[in-house]
Design a protein around this ligand. Sequence first.
Ligand SMILES: Nc1ncnc2c1ncn2[C@@H]1O[C@H](COP(=O)(O)OP(=O)(O)OP(=O)(O)O)[C@@H](O)[C@H]1O
Ligand SMILES: [Mg+2]
Length: 713
Amino acid sequence: MACIVAADEDDAPSFPPVKTKAHNLENVEKPANGDNSPVQEPLTGEERTTVPLVLSFDNLTYNVSVRPKLGFRNLISRRKTDNPELVLTGRPSTKTLLDNISGRTRDGEIMAVLGASGSGKSTLIDALANRIAKGSLEGTVKLNGENLQSRMLKIISAYVMQDDLLFPMLTVEETLMFAAEFRLPRSLPKLKKKLRVQALIDQLGITNAATTIIGDEGHRGISGGERRRVSIGIDIIHDPILLFLDEPTSGLDSTSAFMVVNVLKKIAQSGSIVIMSIHQPSHRVLCLLDRLIFLSHGHTVYSGSPVSFPRFFADLGSPIPANENIAEFALDFIRELEGSAGGTRALVEFNKKWQEMTPPSSPHSNLTLKEAISASISRGKLVSGGESIGTTTTALVVPAFANPMWIEIKTLSQRSMLNSRRQPKLFGVKVVAVFITAFILSTVFWRLDNSRNGIGEHLGFFAYAMSTMYTTCAQALPELLQERYIFMRETAYNAYRRSSYVLSHAIVSFPGLMVLTLAFAVLTFWAVGLDGGPTGLLFYCLIILASFWSGSSFVTFLSGVIPNVMVGYTIVIAILAYFLLFSGFFINRNRIPDYWIWFHYISLVKYPYEAVLQNEFSDATKCFVRGVQTFDNTPLEELSYDMKLSMLETVSQSLGKSITSSTCLTTGADILTHQSVNQLSKWHCLFVTVAFGFFFRALFYFSLLLGSKNKRR
Ligand SMILES: Nc1ncnc2c1ncn2[C@@H]1O[C@H](COP(=O)(O)OP(=O)(O)OP(=O)(O)O)[C@@H](O)[C@H]1O
Ligand SMILES: [Mg+2]
């Protein structure tokens, strides 16, 4: 406990003023003392002169309502409950996750939230990082005495969540390099971005894994601890002013955990506030922490410096034995109390009194929030491209995003293509699926003839073929959902614009759709013997491409509103089946009940289906039923040829027009009329299909805008 004993001696109530070392990206290339870290370097005493940033939070209280289940068991055991009415009515009760939590920390410090599992650590971090919806959280969180606007918080802070959400097929280096591309300003040369990434890799201790892929269930990649460190690296690469981390050291061995906290300490010392939750810090890690908040069931059981911790327990009458890790001791002690009859209430009360007796140092800042952020930026903080004009003026320009939109689209597209290129199987499966469908359709509908039977077979082929595009697109749902969570993590703190993501998504998917289109269109057009020659083939390709486009947009949109794969699949497949049902193939538009006709018009399959019918049957000279063929597929089919001819003659006389064995009775135009394909031309159908694609992309954007707030209620 050397660091704690030593620190205890100068545990003065007031904080020494700190001036952060001017942190300049230009330093990246200069190896200082063998460490060319572009992140931060330790401070020297003489540089500590100002106190720019103080984060204070007061009386944070967060309640959630818990609705008891109206289950059979609850009904049986209701006599045993204190409030049987609660069980019977299912009325919600309230659970307090945070109870009047207050504290204060400033730049240069790491504040650690400790406590047993379920004590409320993540909840407190969420409350401080503005991840709990307004109205649900009571109390205040202020930076330099001012309420932090959500927009500003997004720009100056970063949040490292407990789960690691990363692209599986990118290497560690590539992952961090893409983060650097998103977060660091365009003006910074690529070489410097690379050096920054390399330095971060060294500092996080993942040099050996730098060229290994992240991996997932199907691909062996880096270890869990290494993933953790990559996740942290992504969010600290731009040197945020406020950094929140939920258990950054979980799953790490003690050396790695120390390395990670050491990096965080350097970030803090360069003028940031670091707030993190941690399970069981080792002695070395504890030495790097400046403030602790110990929680138990949402109550504060200790708040203050780690150096005062032994004195707290000594005053409580339970001195920490020598050579015992104080965090472990405290956790065991609190757990025992939690299991006892009175719980931790007495400890909470003791802490309140102890705080009054030995008030913790209360840092304050003489700068307004704008001045403080401005001062931080002028020292090289927020390398995402903030500009400030002087440290004392209120003029502050902090762009919400580090890069212009086109750079974001380019970087997002590059990353997505790299990730897809590394797993060619995913696209390969789609090509094979389309190819097999095209092959089966080709053999079943091989060289269709222009006969009465041929008409029905053409219609069946077109209906099935045009729905194939949509079902193929539905297979992308799991991929889209996996990416959705990465997107949410990245956009939560302004790595890039949502609109850039939507556009890059559309751009990246398009070449793949063209390959699928060619594979399907060329094979079936030739094998089925479709009409129209080269121009017919061209239109056939265009309408198939448009169908793939609208289908992929539709499924992409659904992935934005349905977060679950199984539910998503069920809904997509059901909707596609309804689209086919109302396309006009199974039931003619004139026969669809009025109350369902709207579904016919929103059916994505209707428009490509009608377009290909027109492409095939619009030739007025093309004949499908001639003379005696009119009796085919009727009971009169059994009659002899001569009988059929004489019947035709009788009909001719009745109608007053000559019908011979070669007279055309059903042309392509007749088929279109019979199918009620007479409202839109084939080009209009193509236009509507393409427009649907754009419409669903726009809806996807709005779904991301509304659905990715990611805040607790
Ligand atoms: N919506 C909710 N409804 C009811 N209880 C909830 C809700 N959200 C969280 N809790 C409870 O709040 C408590 C605190 O959760 P929190 O995730 O903050 O714990 P933690 O200290 O971070 O735990 P861990 O160390 O395991 O991550 C837990 O007991 C959890 O079950
Ligand atoms: Mg947690």
